[in-house]
Write a protein that binds this ligand. Structure first.
Ligand SMILES: Nc1ncnc2c1ncn2[C@@H]1O[C@H](COP(=O)(O)OP(=O)(O)OP(=O)(O)O)[C@@H](O)[C@H]1O
Ligand SMILES: [Mg+2]
Length: 293
């Protein structure tokens, strides 16, 4: 990027890493709103540049750029309908399954363009796993729920290896002690919180780089929520996690960076503590103080 703008102009963006701000300054024809704060990190795991998403003619995400860092929990917040789930689903091409949906821009995982026609979405969705709002275990045993991914991806060659992967995944998901004596009972027979941790174990079992979570606790009671939040904190040591949440306290508890979305725009990104104590954008402030949303 060429920094040829007039730096004496008070409108010149002060945040050097805010590419959107420069683009807005230099190209008045675009309706892109500048993202305030620090959307980019050093040595990112995923990079998203100028991502726009349409359902038919309707624009749901309006040309946004952001990185997902390594070993970080990135929280996405914002009012209902602002495009959080739409954007999250772009990160593992889950939107491919919606026929009216069109994704523009560039999204990379460790430098690889995930929308390149040569990319096979099945291994991509193992590398960038997903946990949904409502726990959705397969109608299979607890063991088979976790073993399914490693089996179809050919990650293990012996029964012993498979059992090892199932045990370590359930352990990392904080569920092993609760289920080790009932591995062959149906996954759907577990409590809601246990089912959600089973789904997290299922995502972990295929050695992902990134785990996407779309409101993973909204169907859980406070105790189950606390367990999943504890688990998210532990998983950060190994994975990058992007979590959509409506609970601002949850974003504050579990994430290191927070991104605030508003009507398809990425308004502000920054360290979570700053976003919640000293937001820079009026829209972020209105939302976190409860004046909007
Ligand atoms: N499959 C779809 N077809 C058409 N429009 C859609 C589809 N999914 C989402 N949208 C629209 O895209 C916009 C963003 O929706 P999205 O579900 O991403 O919002 P969200 O921020 O996740 O909201 P919530 O907090 O309610 O989950 C909304 O206007 C929504 O109506
Ligand atoms: Mg959503």
């Amino acid at each position: 990027m060429e920094l040829t703008a007039d730096m004496t102009n008070p409108a010149f963006p002060t945040l050097v890493n805010d590419i959107n701000a420069f683009e807005t300054e230099t190209d008045e024809s675009t309706s892109t709103n500048a993202t305030v704060g620090e959307p980019f990190v050093e040595n990112p795991r995923m990079t998203c540049r100028d991502v726009a998403v349409y359902y038919g003619e309707k624009c749901a995400i309006n040309t946004i750029s952001i990185d997902v860092g390594r070993n970080e929990v990135l929280a996405m917040i914002g009012p209902s309908g602002c495009g959080k789930s739409t954007f999250l689903r772009c990160l593992n091409r889950m939107n491919d399954t919606v026929s009216s949906c069109r994704v523009e821009g560039d999204i990379r995982l460790d430098g690889m363009n995930i929308y390149d026609p040569s990319v096979d979405v099945v291994p991509l969705r193992a590398s960038v796993g997903m946990v949904f709002q409502k726990p959705n275990p397969f109608p299979k045993s607890i063991f088979d729920n976790v073993a399914y991914g490693p089996k179809i991806h050919g990650l293990t060659s012996t029964k012993e290896e498979l059992s090892y992967v199932v045990e370590t995944s359930l352990t990392k998901a904080g569920l092993w002690n609760e289920v080790k004596d009932r591995l062959h009972e149906p996954g759907t027979g577990l409590s809601g919180g246990q089912q959600q941790r089973l789904c997290i174990a299922r995502a972990i079992a295929v050695s992902p780089e990134v785990i996407l979570m779309d409101e993973p606790c909204s169907a859980l009671d406070p105790i189950a929520t606390a367990k999943v939040e504890e688990l998210i904190a532990e998983l950060r040591e190994q994975f990058s996690i992007v979590i959509v949440t409506h609970a601002m306290q949850q974003a504050a508890r579990v994430s290191q960076r927070t991104a605030y979305f508003h009507l398809g725009d990425l308004v502000e990104v920054g360290p979570t503590e700053r976003i919640f104590t000293n937001p820079r954008h009026q829209l972020t402030e209105d939302y976190i103080t409860g004046r909007f949303g």
